[in-house]
Write a protein that binds this ligand. Structure first.
Ligand code: FAS
Ligand code: PHB
Length: 394
């Protein structure tokens, strides 16, 4: 067995793990990333598309925002389409000038991976049988790599290994509590090299179900349809997808919609999920390893980023200033922001999706709520300030 030591072992090379690695590197803190998939697989995943200013600022702090500055699309508003009418929510006017940036998670991951490679930082991709242990005393990570058995002894473990990872699963049951809500539908997503139907995102609430018109650039679009949970991707030809999307759009958007062959098509389940606490001795959970939101509020990637903002500053404070205050406060600080984003994501999902079990009265109440929100400055302000992202420091 090969024995290694480091200060921080990071499990997972998704956005959370890679961003933490880059911030620790900039602060001169030794760390190693252990990832079960290949670098090619990680770099190819198609997921989120919207960055809050908090995430943009973090990527700048990490020194990886060059492409983001060149290719990111600042957006100051979103449209909500209901009853065939589009209503613009002027995010900037309602939040004192804040914006979101359209920039794919795939690009964020590639930017972080390129920076990591350029700095020649230690990463184990395609690590097998990863295990974490002894994280209340002397944390250890054990795994197989290219046929060799490797053990890392470290000061801390950052569990950035996503919803299906092993870090949360390694915590004793009597030390952890989870909260979960599973939604009775999924999102069928399509990526296509066609110009977006509009300059800004359109969130659609229709009798046939939710739809979202998003984008990755001025020539690449990302669309989603609410579909039943038991639908499979093979049930959806490109033609059927475009026809169903059109049927949920308003007349103007139907005319403007440019269709074309899908370059990616997948169905993602929707759930709300939170782990409490997010620290177990010297093991921290961050990102999807600790929480999941339905993508309706565009919060998943951004919550991972804010967890990493808290965790990186806590670890830097520990090693540079010798204080463990940030470490002690990590879980509570994250959960304050996590639960507010969970509420907003649940609320947007509840408001904009068709629930089969909904009574006619409940459906009418939801219509009235959406009509109030879109007709009220106070209502649109609450939507806008949550959508652009709540402050990271209270
Ligand atoms: P990730 O899941 O991205 O990364 C975890 C990493 O850990 C992975 O690379 C995994 O291979 C690795 N890992 C797992 N187990 C391991 C082990 N035992 N050992 C070593 N490594 C291990 N968010 C939005 O804001 N908008 C969206 O539209 C959106 N769409 C999504 C669609 C899908 C299908 C999914 C799954 C998520 C989507 N999300 C969306 C949320 C998503 O963007 C996450 O919030 C984001 O990837 C979180 O990043 P991480 O916490 O790094 O977790
Ligand atoms: C996306 O572009 O993938 C996207 C945008 C906004 C959302 C969810 C997904 O709310």
């Amino acid at each position: 067995m090969e024995l290694l030591t480091t200060q921080v072992a990071i499990i997972g090379a998704g956005p959370a793990g890679l961003l933490l690695g880059q911030l620790l590197y900039k602060a001169g803190i030794e760390h190693i990333i252990i990832e079960q998939r290949s670098a090619e697989y990680v770099a190819s995943r198609i997921r989120a598309g919207i960055l809050e200013q908090v995430s943009v600022d973090l990527l700048k702090q990490a020194g990886v925002d060059q492409h983001l500055k060149e290719k990111g699309l600042p957006h100051s508003g979103i449209e909500i389409l209901t009853n065939g009418q589009k209503h613009r929510v002027d995010l900037s006017a309602l939040t004192g000038g804040k914006q979101v940036t359209v920039y794919g998670q795939t690009e964020v991951t590639k930017d972080l991976m390129m920076a990591r490679e350029a700095a020649q930082l230690k990463s184990f991709y395609e690590a097998q049988n990863v295990q974490v242990s002894d994280f209340y005393q002397t944390p250890k990570v054990h795994f197989e790599y290219q046929g060799k058995s490797i053990q890392i002894e470290c000061d801390f473990i950052a569990g950035c290994d996503g919803y299906h990872g092993i870090c949360r699963a390694s915590v004793p049951q009597d030390k952890i509590k989870t909260y979960e809500k599973v939604y009775p539908f999924g999102w069928l997503g399509v990526l296509a090299d066609v110009p977006p139907v509009a300059d800004e995102l359109i969130y659609v609430q229709s009798e046939r179900g939710f739809a979202l018109c998003s984008m990755r650039s001025e020539t690449r679009s990302r669309y989603y349809l609410q579909v039943p949970l038991n639908d499979r991707v093979e049930d959806w030809s490109d033609e059927r997808f475009w026809e169903e999307l059109k049927s949920r759009l308003d007349a103007e958007s139907q005319k403007k919609l440019v269709t074309g062959p899908s370059i990616e098509k997948s169905i993602a389940p929707l759930r709300s999920f939170v782990t409490e606490p997010m620290r177990f001795g010297k093991l921290f959970l961050a990102g999807d390893a600790a929480h999941i939101v339905p993508p309706t509020g565009a919060k998943g990637l951004n919550l991972a980023a804010s967890d990493i903002a808290y965790l990186s500053s806590a670890l830097i404070e520990y090693y540079v200033e010798g204080s463990d205050q940030g470490i002690q406060e990590y879980s509570e600080k994250c959960l304050q922001r996590v639960w507010k984003a969970e509420r907003f994501s649940w609320w947007m999902t509840h408001l904009l999706h068709r629930f089969e079990i909904e009574s006619e009265f409940e459906h009418k109440i939801k219509q009235a709520e959406l009509s109030y929100i879109l007709g009220s400055t106070a209502g649109k302000t609450t939507l806008a300030e949550n959508y652009v992202g709540l402050p990271i420091h209270a």
